[in-house]
Write a protein that binds this ligand. Structure first.
Ligand code: F3S
Length: 71
């Protein structure tokens, strides 16, 4: 059975300047485009990946990543 989502992730692409910390620290949630900008790989995050999501949020210098609990 699939894990139910615990968190919802959003990236404000108007703020992303391509620091790349998100996809270095949380590669199962964030990827990169050909210019090094963030690509959100999954909006719904299960509990097992919540540490990656929180790490990405905490380490983006631009504050482009927002993580909120679901439910
Ligand atoms: Fe962009 Fe922040 Fe990631 S600037 S590439 S969302 S660390």
């Amino acid at each position: 059975m699939a894990e139910s989502p615990a968190l919802r992730v959003a990236v404000d692409m108007a703020l992303c300047v391509g620091h790349g910390r998100c996809y270095e620290l949380a590669p199962e949630i964030f990827g990169e485009d050909e210019s090094g900008y963030c690509v959100l790989l999954r909006e719904s995050v299960p509990e097992s990946l919540s540490g990656q999501a929180r790490s990405g949020e905490a380490n983006c210098p631009e504050g482009a990543i927002r993580v909120e609990s679901v439910g």
